[in-house]
Design a protein around this ligand. Structure first.
Ligand code: ADP
Length: 357
């Protein structure tokens, strides 16, 4: 019967969720080369399971370094394959879990491609944001005899430690406050909250959000790589038998580019932006490291980004840090620095798991 099917599905999901519970997972994806030039030399020497080996060609002093994560996706992996690995995590939102997925990496490494997709969007190359919501709708429909789900989204941008609503229709640019409230589950209560029930609703809102992001970009070119953007999915599920209400929340975050800006080369606005980005990305790293070490004090309040994600980092929440790297030789220094940042998170977690044995 439908009821047993749902129970069985819940049990399966529960087992998958148990595997993920309380853990911080780290994935890595390598962007393909952007043109067919055969002269390109990749700094990625080898990928196997969760291992990636980065090499430097001999004329730069040959050497290599390996890193281990939960998963490494090579250049030929499709959007569908990437999504299918994240599916159990995303689906757990319907069972009332809080989830946070964030894309980290230097500008041009493929963060937006993974989360949103390329400019010429097709069904095949849609990123995680579209697929996640589409999948939640499918699963909610399958459970409709036993649960009633309401799904709503918010989309905001953090730029220079200021929070902006990306789902406004009138182009207003009001500064928003972050006020963590576990009661409503809304951390930014003044940001537009839009109910969605179909993939076409999602496409409309994503388009609105991208347009509003671009408006902000006129003053300074390509501001989008210097701001964090976050799609938040709020789910409320009512168990039709018991009347119990479940709430889950998922943040899908496309972070600002992590590249180190040479402080001697920039001044004014660019320097200020760079300082804000460095501050918030290191605050994120500190929060995650402190969670992984199971510290009692977690420094959420050090940046707007970590305040925003507070409910979805730590505790019972499930976090996926998705790092991106560019394969080109001229990106080598940033690639190593990205992988070291990720490794700091991954190894600490591994260490904690060993202590528990
Ligand atoms: P970021 O968000 O990190 O700045 P983008 O997602 O904008 O980087 O990616 C830079 C360019 O590379 C874009 O033109 C994007 O479409 C392309 N790209 C990134 N990842 C892939 C991929 N896996 N497959 C094909 N093209 C990609």
């Amino acid at each position: 019967s439908g009821y047993h099917r749902v129970l069985e599905e819940n049990r399966k999901l529960y087992n998958q969720v148990q595997d993920l519970k309380g853990s911080i997972r780290v994935y890595c994806r390598v962007r393909p080369f952007l043109s067919e030039r055969s002269s390109y030399v990749s700094t990625v020497e080898h990928i196997e399971d969760g291992n990636i080996t980065i090499g430097t060609p001999s004329k730069y002093g040959k050497g290599c370094k390996s890193f281990t994560f939960n998963k490494v996706f090579g250049q030929s992996v499709t959007q569908a394959e990437v999504f299918s690995d994240m599916q159990p995590l995303i689906r757990s939102v319907l069972d009332g879990y809080n989830v946070c997925i964030f894309a980290y990496g230097q500008t041009g490494s493929g963060k937006t491609y993974t989360m949103v997709g390329p400019k010429d969007l097709t069904e095949e190359n849609q990123g995680v944001n579209y697929r996640a919501l589409g999948d939640l709708f499918v699963l909610a429909e399958r459970r409709k005899d036993t649960f009633r789900y309401d799904v709503a989204v918010q989309m905001i941008e953090i730029y220079n430690e200021q929070v902006r609503d990306l789902l406004v229709i009138d182009g207003s640019n009001k500064r928003l406050e972050i006020r963590n409230s576990s009661q409503t589950g809304l951390n930014v209560p003044d940001a537009s909250l839009m109910p969605v029930s179909s993939t076409s609703d999602v496409i409309d809102l994503m388009n609105l959000g991208q347009r509003n992001r671009a408006v902000g970009a006129t003053a300074l070119n390509d501001r989008s790589s210097r701001s964090h953007s976050c799609l938040t999915v709020h789910v409320q599920g009512k168990d039709l038998t018991s009347g119990t209400i479940l709430r889950g929340c998922m943040h899908l975050v496309d972070l600002a580019g992590s590249e180190r800006v040479n402080k001697s080369e920039v001044t004014g606005d660019r320097l200020k932006e760079a300082q804000h980005i460095n501050k918030s990305l290191s605050a994120l790293g500190d929060v995650i490291a402190s969670l992984a070490q199971k510290n009692t004090h977690v420094p959420y309040r050090n940046s707007k980004l970590t305040q925003l994600l507070q409910d979805s980092l730590g505790g019972q929440a499930k976090t996926l840090m998705f790092v991106h790297i560019s394969p080109e030789l001229d990106a080598l220094a940033e690639t190593i620095s990205t992988l070291k940042f990720a490794e700091r998170v991954a190894t600490v977690e591994l260490g904690a798991a060993q202590v528990n044995k």
